[in-house]
Write a protein that binds this ligand. Structure first.
Ligand SMILES: C[S@@+](CC[C@H](N)C(=O)[O-])C[C@H]1O[C@@H](n2cnc3c(N)ncnc32)[C@H](O)[C@@H]1O
Length: 341
Protein backbone atom coordinates (compact mmCIF):
# COMPACT_ATOMS: atom_id res chain seq x y z
CA UNK A 1 0.00 0.00 0.00
CA UNK A 2 1.51 3.34 -1.06
CA UNK A 3 2.06 5.80 1.79
CA UNK A 4 1.41 9.56 1.62
CA UNK A 5 4.33 11.37 -0.01
CA UNK A 6 6.56 12.85 2.66
CA UNK A 7 10.00 14.41 2.40
CA UNK A 8 11.42 17.15 4.61
CA UNK A 9 13.49 19.50 2.40
CA UNK A 10 17.10 19.75 3.55
CA UNK A 11 18.96 23.07 4.02
CA UNK A 12 15.85 24.86 2.82
CA UNK A 13 16.75 28.43 3.82
CA UNK A 14 20.33 27.98 2.65
CA UNK A 15 19.13 26.79 -0.77
CA UNK A 16 16.99 29.90 -1.17
CA UNK A 17 19.79 32.18 0.02
CA UNK A 18 22.25 30.84 -2.56
CA UNK A 19 19.86 30.10 -5.42
CA UNK A 20 17.22 32.81 -5.70
CA UNK A 21 18.66 36.13 -6.83
CA UNK A 22 15.77 37.60 -8.82
CA UNK A 23 13.19 36.96 -11.51
CA UNK A 24 13.98 34.30 -14.10
CA UNK A 25 13.68 30.63 -14.95
CA UNK A 26 14.67 28.24 -12.19
CA UNK A 27 15.07 24.49 -12.58
CA UNK A 28 14.68 22.09 -9.68
CA UNK A 29 16.29 18.97 -11.16
CA UNK A 30 15.25 16.80 -8.21
CA UNK A 31 11.66 17.79 -7.55
CA UNK A 32 10.91 14.96 -5.08
CA UNK A 33 8.09 16.07 -2.79
CA UNK A 34 8.38 19.62 -4.09
CA UNK A 35 9.57 21.16 -0.80
CA UNK A 36 12.42 23.14 -2.32
CA UNK A 37 10.37 24.11 -5.39
CA UNK A 38 7.58 25.35 -3.16
CA UNK A 39 9.91 27.68 -1.30
CA UNK A 40 11.58 28.86 -4.52
CA UNK A 41 8.14 29.59 -5.95
CA UNK A 42 6.97 31.47 -2.85
CA UNK A 43 10.20 33.47 -2.64
CA UNK A 44 9.98 34.49 -6.30
CA UNK A 45 6.32 35.43 -5.92
CA UNK A 46 7.21 37.53 -2.89
CA UNK A 47 9.99 39.27 -4.83
CA UNK A 48 7.63 39.85 -7.78
CA UNK A 49 5.01 41.32 -5.45
CA UNK A 50 7.50 43.64 -3.81
CA UNK A 51 8.77 44.80 -7.19
CA UNK A 52 5.28 45.22 -8.61
CA UNK A 53 4.22 47.28 -5.57
CA UNK A 54 7.25 49.49 -5.95
CA UNK A 55 6.57 49.99 -9.64
CA UNK A 56 2.88 50.54 -9.02
CA UNK A 57 3.67 53.28 -6.52
CA UNK A 58 5.97 54.97 -9.01
CA UNK A 59 3.42 54.58 -11.76
CA UNK A 60 0.61 55.94 -9.65
CA UNK A 61 2.72 58.85 -8.70
CA UNK A 62 3.37 59.69 -12.37
CA UNK A 63 -0.04 58.87 -13.81
CA UNK A 64 -2.75 58.93 -11.13
CA UNK A 65 -5.35 57.63 -13.59
CA UNK A 66 -3.51 54.46 -14.59
CA UNK A 67 -3.86 51.88 -11.81
CA UNK A 68 -2.35 48.86 -13.62
CA UNK A 69 1.19 47.69 -13.06
CA UNK A 70 3.08 47.53 -16.34
CA UNK A 71 5.11 44.63 -15.18
CA UNK A 72 4.03 41.02 -15.80
CA UNK A 73 5.43 38.21 -13.68
CA UNK A 74 8.56 36.92 -15.38
CA UNK A 75 9.57 33.95 -13.31
CA UNK A 76 8.99 30.28 -13.85
CA UNK A 77 9.91 27.18 -11.86
CA UNK A 78 10.53 23.94 -13.76
CA UNK A 79 10.55 20.76 -11.67
CA UNK A 80 12.15 17.59 -13.02
CA UNK A 81 11.93 14.11 -11.54
CA UNK A 82 12.29 10.67 -13.03
CA UNK A 83 9.95 9.20 -10.42
CA UNK A 84 6.33 9.36 -11.54
CA UNK A 85 5.03 9.11 -7.97
CA UNK A 86 7.13 12.11 -6.85
CA UNK A 87 6.14 14.06 -9.93
CA UNK A 88 2.42 13.55 -9.33
CA UNK A 89 2.65 14.47 -5.63
CA UNK A 90 4.77 17.57 -6.22
CA UNK A 91 2.65 18.75 -9.16
CA UNK A 92 -0.44 18.60 -6.96
CA UNK A 93 1.34 20.54 -4.22
CA UNK A 94 2.80 23.22 -6.50
CA UNK A 95 -0.37 23.69 -8.56
CA UNK A 96 -2.38 24.35 -5.41
CA UNK A 97 0.14 26.98 -4.34
CA UNK A 98 -0.85 29.54 -6.95
CA UNK A 99 2.47 31.41 -6.62
CA UNK A 100 5.07 31.49 -9.41
CA UNK A 101 4.10 29.62 -12.62
CA UNK A 102 5.28 26.01 -12.39
CA UNK A 103 5.88 23.27 -14.97
CA UNK A 104 6.65 19.68 -14.04
CA UNK A 105 8.43 17.34 -16.38
CA UNK A 106 9.21 13.65 -16.08
CA UNK A 107 12.80 13.01 -17.08
CA UNK A 108 16.37 12.45 -16.04
CA UNK A 109 18.36 15.51 -15.03
CA UNK A 110 21.27 13.96 -16.94
CA UNK A 111 19.37 15.24 -19.99
CA UNK A 112 18.78 18.68 -18.53
CA UNK A 113 18.57 20.65 -21.79
CA UNK A 114 16.13 18.18 -23.27
CA UNK A 115 13.98 18.32 -20.10
CA UNK A 116 13.87 22.14 -20.14
CA UNK A 117 12.93 22.17 -23.82
CA UNK A 118 10.21 19.58 -23.21
CA UNK A 119 8.85 21.53 -20.22
CA UNK A 120 8.59 24.70 -22.31
CA UNK A 121 7.73 22.93 -25.58
CA UNK A 122 10.42 24.89 -27.41
CA UNK A 123 13.22 23.86 -29.78
CA UNK A 124 15.85 25.87 -27.96
CA UNK A 125 16.38 26.00 -24.23
CA UNK A 126 16.31 29.48 -22.67
CA UNK A 127 19.01 30.73 -20.32
CA UNK A 128 18.40 29.84 -16.69
CA UNK A 129 18.62 31.94 -13.55
CA UNK A 130 19.18 28.98 -11.26
CA UNK A 131 19.57 25.21 -11.15
CA UNK A 132 19.10 23.15 -7.99
CA UNK A 133 20.06 19.51 -7.46
CA UNK A 134 19.18 17.83 -4.16
CA UNK A 135 20.70 14.46 -4.93
CA UNK A 136 19.82 10.90 -3.98
CA UNK A 137 16.54 9.39 -2.95
CA UNK A 138 13.61 10.95 -1.13
CA UNK A 139 12.31 9.82 2.24
CA UNK A 140 9.26 8.55 0.41
CA UNK A 141 11.33 6.30 -1.83
CA UNK A 142 13.23 4.97 1.19
CA UNK A 143 10.18 4.52 3.38
CA UNK A 144 7.94 2.95 0.76
CA UNK A 145 8.92 -0.72 1.22
CA UNK A 146 7.71 -1.77 -2.22
CA UNK A 147 10.38 0.39 -3.89
CA UNK A 148 13.03 -1.99 -2.53
CA UNK A 149 15.58 0.70 -1.54
CA UNK A 150 15.85 -0.11 2.14
CA UNK A 151 17.67 -2.98 3.84
CA UNK A 152 15.38 -2.43 6.83
CA UNK A 153 12.21 -3.35 4.95
CA UNK A 154 11.58 -6.70 3.28
CA UNK A 155 10.59 -6.20 -0.36
CA UNK A 156 11.40 -7.25 -3.90
CA UNK A 157 14.82 -5.94 -4.92
CA UNK A 158 13.97 -3.01 -7.17
CA UNK A 159 15.67 0.36 -6.36
CA UNK A 160 14.62 2.05 -9.62
CA UNK A 161 13.88 5.74 -9.25
CA UNK A 162 12.17 5.68 -12.63
CA UNK A 163 9.53 3.03 -13.06
CA UNK A 164 10.32 3.16 -16.77
CA UNK A 165 13.91 1.91 -16.36
CA UNK A 166 14.61 -1.66 -17.33
CA UNK A 167 17.48 -2.50 -14.96
CA UNK A 168 16.49 -3.46 -11.39
CA UNK A 169 18.51 -4.32 -8.29
CA UNK A 170 17.40 -7.92 -8.76
CA UNK A 171 19.10 -7.96 -12.19
CA UNK A 172 22.32 -6.49 -10.79
CA UNK A 173 22.47 -8.88 -7.84
CA UNK A 174 21.62 -12.01 -9.83
CA UNK A 175 23.15 -11.36 -13.23
CA UNK A 176 26.37 -9.37 -12.80
CA UNK A 177 29.49 -11.50 -12.56
CA UNK A 178 31.55 -11.62 -9.38
CA UNK A 179 34.24 -9.18 -10.58
CA UNK A 180 31.67 -6.60 -11.69
CA UNK A 181 29.82 -6.85 -8.38
CA UNK A 182 33.06 -6.43 -6.44
CA UNK A 183 33.94 -3.37 -8.57
CA UNK A 184 30.56 -1.77 -7.91
CA UNK A 185 30.76 -2.45 -4.15
CA UNK A 186 34.26 -0.98 -4.06
CA UNK A 187 33.72 2.03 -6.30
CA UNK A 188 30.15 3.01 -5.44
CA UNK A 189 30.04 1.75 -1.86
CA UNK A 190 33.70 2.31 -0.92
CA UNK A 191 33.36 -1.10 0.75
CA UNK A 192 36.64 -2.70 1.80
CA UNK A 193 35.14 -6.21 1.89
CA UNK A 194 33.87 -5.81 -1.68
CA UNK A 195 35.49 -9.01 -3.00
CA UNK A 196 34.37 -11.23 -0.13
CA UNK A 197 30.81 -9.97 -0.27
CA UNK A 198 30.66 -10.39 -4.06
CA UNK A 199 31.96 -13.96 -3.70
CA UNK A 200 29.39 -14.86 -1.04
CA UNK A 201 26.63 -13.34 -3.12
CA UNK A 202 27.54 -15.41 -6.15
CA UNK A 203 27.72 -18.59 -4.00
CA UNK A 204 24.31 -17.83 -2.45
CA UNK A 205 22.57 -17.12 -5.75
CA UNK A 206 23.85 -20.41 -7.21
CA UNK A 207 21.69 -22.17 -4.64
CA UNK A 208 18.69 -19.86 -5.11
CA UNK A 209 18.24 -16.46 -6.82
CA UNK A 210 18.31 -13.51 -4.40
CA UNK A 211 15.05 -11.73 -5.04
CA UNK A 212 14.36 -9.66 -1.93
CA UNK A 213 16.05 -6.99 0.16
CA UNK A 214 16.03 -9.17 3.30
CA UNK A 215 17.68 -12.10 1.50
CA UNK A 216 20.37 -9.78 0.18
CA UNK A 217 20.83 -8.32 3.66
CA UNK A 218 21.24 -11.85 5.10
CA UNK A 219 24.04 -12.67 2.67
CA UNK A 220 25.83 -9.38 3.36
CA UNK A 221 25.50 -9.84 7.11
CA UNK A 222 26.95 -13.35 6.95
CA UNK A 223 30.02 -11.94 5.21
CA UNK A 224 30.52 -9.11 7.73
CA UNK A 225 31.53 -8.89 11.42
CA UNK A 226 28.51 -8.08 13.58
CA UNK A 227 29.68 -4.60 14.68
CA UNK A 228 30.07 -3.46 11.09
CA UNK A 229 26.91 -4.93 9.64
CA UNK A 230 24.72 -1.83 9.56
CA UNK A 231 27.32 0.39 7.91
CA UNK A 232 28.26 -2.33 5.43
CA UNK A 233 24.62 -2.90 4.52
CA UNK A 234 24.21 0.84 3.93
CA UNK A 235 27.28 0.86 1.67
CA UNK A 236 26.25 -2.21 -0.35
CA UNK A 237 22.69 -0.97 -0.84
CA UNK A 238 24.00 2.47 -1.83
CA UNK A 239 26.35 0.88 -4.37
CA UNK A 240 23.59 -1.17 -5.99
CA UNK A 241 21.26 1.85 -6.04
CA UNK A 242 23.91 3.99 -7.77
CA UNK A 243 24.43 1.27 -10.39
CA UNK A 244 20.70 0.71 -11.00
CA UNK A 245 20.07 4.42 -11.52
CA UNK A 246 23.44 5.28 -13.10
CA UNK A 247 23.51 8.16 -10.65
CA UNK A 248 27.06 9.40 -11.05
CA UNK A 249 26.93 9.54 -14.84
CA UNK A 250 23.69 11.52 -14.72
CA UNK A 251 25.22 13.95 -12.22
CA UNK A 252 28.30 14.57 -14.38
CA UNK A 253 26.20 15.19 -17.48
CA UNK A 254 23.84 17.46 -15.59
CA UNK A 255 26.60 19.65 -14.17
CA UNK A 256 28.00 20.31 -17.63
CA UNK A 257 24.57 21.06 -19.12
CA UNK A 258 23.57 23.26 -16.17
CA UNK A 259 26.80 25.24 -16.56
CA UNK A 260 26.06 25.81 -20.25
CA UNK A 261 22.43 26.79 -19.68
CA UNK A 262 22.98 29.28 -16.86
CA UNK A 263 22.85 32.96 -17.71
CA UNK A 264 25.55 35.30 -16.48
CA UNK A 265 24.92 35.72 -12.75
CA UNK A 266 22.82 32.51 -12.68
CA UNK A 267 23.44 30.12 -9.82
CA UNK A 268 24.06 26.39 -9.49
CA UNK A 269 23.31 24.84 -6.09
CA UNK A 270 23.93 21.16 -5.35
CA UNK A 271 23.25 19.20 -2.17
CA UNK A 272 25.04 15.85 -2.00
CA UNK A 273 24.77 13.12 0.61
CA UNK A 274 27.89 11.01 0.18
CA UNK A 275 31.53 11.52 -0.69
CA UNK A 276 31.29 10.16 -4.26
CA UNK A 277 28.68 12.74 -5.25
CA UNK A 278 30.37 15.54 -3.34
CA UNK A 279 33.74 14.84 -4.98
CA UNK A 280 32.21 15.09 -8.45
CA UNK A 281 30.51 18.40 -7.57
CA UNK A 282 33.59 19.83 -5.85
CA UNK A 283 35.94 18.89 -8.71
CA UNK A 284 33.58 20.26 -11.34
CA UNK A 285 33.07 23.60 -9.58
CA UNK A 286 36.81 23.94 -8.89
CA UNK A 287 37.61 23.27 -12.52
CA UNK A 288 35.04 25.78 -13.79
CA UNK A 289 36.06 28.47 -11.33
CA UNK A 290 39.79 28.50 -12.11
CA UNK A 291 41.71 29.62 -15.20
CA UNK A 292 43.36 26.65 -16.92
CA UNK A 293 47.06 27.35 -17.55
CA UNK A 294 47.79 23.86 -18.90
CA UNK A 295 50.71 21.68 -17.83
CA UNK A 296 53.11 23.11 -15.25
CA UNK A 297 56.33 24.50 -16.70
CA UNK A 298 54.85 25.28 -20.14
CA UNK A 299 54.92 29.09 -20.45
CA UNK A 300 51.77 30.50 -22.07
CA UNK A 301 50.47 34.09 -22.20
CA UNK A 302 46.75 33.48 -21.93
CA UNK A 303 44.95 30.63 -20.15
CA UNK A 304 43.75 27.70 -22.24
CA UNK A 305 40.37 28.24 -20.66
CA UNK A 306 39.20 31.15 -18.55
CA UNK A 307 37.15 30.55 -15.41
CA UNK A 308 33.43 30.59 -16.19
CA UNK A 309 32.12 30.24 -12.66
CA UNK A 310 32.70 31.88 -9.33
CA UNK A 311 32.59 29.64 -6.29
CA UNK A 312 30.17 30.94 -3.64
CA UNK A 313 30.92 28.33 -0.98
CA UNK A 314 34.61 27.88 -0.19
CA UNK A 315 33.65 25.06 2.16
CA UNK A 316 30.43 23.08 1.82
CA UNK A 317 27.48 24.36 3.84
CA UNK A 318 26.22 21.74 6.29
CA UNK A 319 22.98 21.50 8.27
CA UNK A 320 22.84 22.90 11.79
CA UNK A 321 22.64 20.56 14.80
CA UNK A 322 19.05 21.69 15.18
CA UNK A 323 18.20 20.61 11.62
CA UNK A 324 19.91 17.24 12.10
CA UNK A 325 17.99 16.75 15.34
CA UNK A 326 14.76 17.49 13.49
CA UNK A 327 15.64 15.48 10.39
CA UNK A 328 18.32 12.81 10.80
CA UNK A 329 18.42 12.29 7.02
CA UNK A 330 20.02 15.72 6.68
CA UNK A 331 23.10 14.66 8.63
CA UNK A 332 25.40 13.92 5.71
CA UNK A 333 24.21 16.80 3.50
CA UNK A 334 26.75 19.13 1.91
CA UNK A 335 25.66 22.14 -0.12
CA UNK A 336 27.95 23.71 -2.72
CA UNK A 337 27.05 26.73 -4.84
CA UNK A 338 28.61 28.67 -7.70
CA UNK A 339 27.64 31.56 -9.96
CA UNK A 340 28.09 31.74 -13.72
CA UNK A 341 30.38 34.59 -14.70
C1 LIG B 1 16.36 14.01 -2.18
S1 LIG B 1 14.99 13.91 -3.22
C2 LIG B 1 14.57 15.58 -3.53
C3 LIG B 1 13.64 16.15 -2.52
C4 LIG B 1 13.16 17.53 -2.87
N1 LIG B 1 14.23 18.49 -2.94
C5 LIG B 1 12.11 18.01 -1.87
O1 LIG B 1 12.30 19.06 -1.26
O2 LIG B 1 11.10 17.32 -1.68
C6 LIG B 1 15.69 13.44 -4.75
C7 LIG B 1 14.68 13.29 -5.88
O3 LIG B 1 15.40 13.38 -7.08
C8 LIG B 1 14.98 12.38 -7.97
N2 LIG B 1 16.14 12.06 -8.82
C9 LIG B 1 17.32 11.54 -8.44
N3 LIG B 1 18.13 11.40 -9.48
C10 LIG B 1 17.46 11.89 -10.56
C11 LIG B 1 17.79 12.05 -11.93
N4 LIG B 1 18.96 11.65 -12.44
N5 LIG B 1 16.87 12.61 -12.73
C12 LIG B 1 15.66 13.01 -12.26
N6 LIG B 1 15.29 12.87 -10.97
C13 LIG B 1 16.18 12.32 -10.13
C14 LIG B 1 14.54 11.24 -7.11
O4 LIG B 1 13.58 10.46 -7.79
C15 LIG B 1 13.96 11.97 -5.89
O5 LIG B 1 12.58 12.17 -6.03
Amino acid sequence: MASEFFHAPVLLNEVIEYLVTGAGIYVDGTLGGGGHSEKISLTLAEKERALAEKEQALLEQAQRENKRSLREPQSLVIGIDQDQVALAAATKRLSALNATPFRAIEGNFGNLTQCVKAALQTDTAPKLKGVLLDLGVSSHQLDEASRGFSFQKAATLDMRMSQRSALTAKDVVNEYDEAKLAKIFFEYGEEKRSRTIAKRLVEARQIKPIETTDKLADVVKRATPRVEQTKTLARIFQAIRIEVNQELDALKRCLTEAHDLLESGGRLVVISYHSLEDRIVKDFLRQMSADDWGAKGVPIQVPLRKATMKMLTKKPVEPSDEEIERNSRARSAKLRAAEKI
